[in-house]
Design a protein around this ligand. Sequence first.
Ligand code: GLA
Length: 709
Amino acid sequence: MTTMPYVVLHGSSSSLILDCTGNAPALLYWGSKLNPDLKPETLSILAKRQTANGAATEDLSITLSPTDGEGFMGQTALRVHRNGQSWGVYTQIVAIEQPDPQRVIVTSADKNSQVSLIHEMYLEPESNVVSTSTKIINDGEQGLTVDWCASATFGIPPQYSDVISYEGRWAKEFQLRRQKQFVGTHVKENRKGRTSHDSFPGLLLAEGQCDDLSGQVYGFHLGWSGNHRLCVEQLYDGRALVQMGELLFPGEIILGEKESYQSPIIYGLHSQTGLNGISQGYHHFVRNHILTSKVKQKERPIHFNTWEALYFDHSMEALSTLVKQAANVGAERFVLDDGWFRHRRSDNAGLGDWYVEETIYPEGLGPLIKEVTSGGMEFGLWVEPEMVNPDSDLYREHPDWILQVPGVKPVEFRNQFVLDFSRQEVTDYLFERMDSLLKEYDISYLKWDMNRDIHQPGNHQGRASINAQTLALYNLIQRLRQEHPDVEIESCASGGARADFGILRYTDRLWTSDSNDALDRLSIQQGLSLFFPPEVMGSHIGPQFCHITGRQLDLDLRAGTALFGHMGMEVNLSEFNERQVIQLKNALDLHKKFRPLLHSGNLVRFKLNDFSHSFGVVSESKDEALYSYTETGGYPRHLPGQFFFHGLDEAAQYRLEIVWPSTLKTPMFENVMDHIKDQEFSGEVLRHFGLQLPILMPESVLIIHATKV
Ligand code: GLA
């Protein structure tokens, strides 16, 4: 056994101290970077508390996994037993290893309940993201039921008073809500069998004064695509904690002798520079440690997606027209969405029958793909492998292949059931189908969808099975990726219901939301981009009348909003007049021009007022930046205020240019922004004095490029 009572990890801007003097590891400090020479025991001295009357006379610290056996009275991190025994786990640290200066692995064991825990923490030095997970091992002969094993528990200083968490729904995901912490527990549980629209597994704990640009804040994200439980608790004694882990159904995990359960990873981050420090740190981490080098080496092609253009109304004629139109405006990848496979003429039938529908594609997909590739585009295909329609050959042949509770009518949801991935024959069938499509055709991209919640996740052995389902999904995608390393995969789930670092390790892009309404997209993209960089955020130009909200929005706004992510279009181009086609081409060209900046720069968020939405993307060197200002409507005075350019080099000189739209949507006739052309301004003045904004019509956007002189 190594005896290191304290383990200190340092990143570029934060430090973390793990106190291993007690029976289990506990977070002693996590925050701004400390002097490398510091003596951690001095923090323990400072942290010593008085014994309160009416309370235990010893400190019950918030360990990484506080337990009932320790007598901890807040949210405990383990709920295990063997037929009612072995519930009171109380471990002792048996080994502390530091395989490298950034990583610590602490093994603890309890001889009485015959349980071991392995906690692993890794502080990635550049992004400062801390990855933490817990493994539980059954050291006994008798089966150990694990009903809950949190990934980790973090004690949080009480001044972090504000909980910023997520709400949402289909077509309005990633909505941020800020609330004051209260005595008691803020809990979010997700039982949907996918990451969910309404409970993205991320939250922030901020000091009361913290905003986008300044203040201290912690970020937490559980990288897991199944069920989860997140909680922030303020204990009655005044301390606070954050805990996250996989939510398990009864009996889902029963460990045999020497078997183990590995929790998903919590990705934590401390920022002293407000929410911008959080998103910049996570973006850096995703770019360098989650995405594969394959997608990083290539520019993200602009998509044309057929869904909102055709829905299920596929015909070679309509598709050929769209292919030509898409290539003409500058699309770089053509994605054939739902509706191409056997029996799939609506969402009532066909899922599971992954063969090309011969009546529409008599010669297979080959001729269409040829048109797409001759038009200079890549070809992408929509699939939803985890699902089956009752009206399908697959279900008729294998009605027992679905997840269900015996004797209970399955909950209805988009006419489809979920296949039981704990059956090897199911994933083998799907592997064979996907693999043969990828072998037969020149497909560079799969849009991997998942369009229902999993309500009754009982597998063929009668066991609850979301954990196994999620791991088997990762496994299936991984098998396909190994076989077809050049194929990119998008994670989609009725929009953004499966967006997390877990799935992103196996995929390359996220479908953010089914809502292409640019105004809704502002808050959706703002929420998603706290954790994910713009290049994985699928954002499409939708139709003039948004199919989901019915709102009519100008192309300038739709394009100006979509171009800040991984851009695409999802619209019937035959509805566009000549002027709009030119406008669309210009928008795509603009995206292509700024794509290297947008997909590598630092996102800078800031709020000017309640009637607008603004942000910028600044290059790493601060040589250039692209800023977006959207007047969302309702501004009560004539003159909008100043636009402050955050994130530039204050000592440098910059030129400004309005790059979008080509004609400002302003009630004034003169183009009021002409006067800034060819002038130079210091970064300092742009940041602190700002630019007087023009009077814009409601629901219009202004995109400004700043270049260092
Ligand atoms: C989901 C996706 C959409 C589309 C449809 C097809 O809702 O989010 O983009 O692919 O499925 O059925």
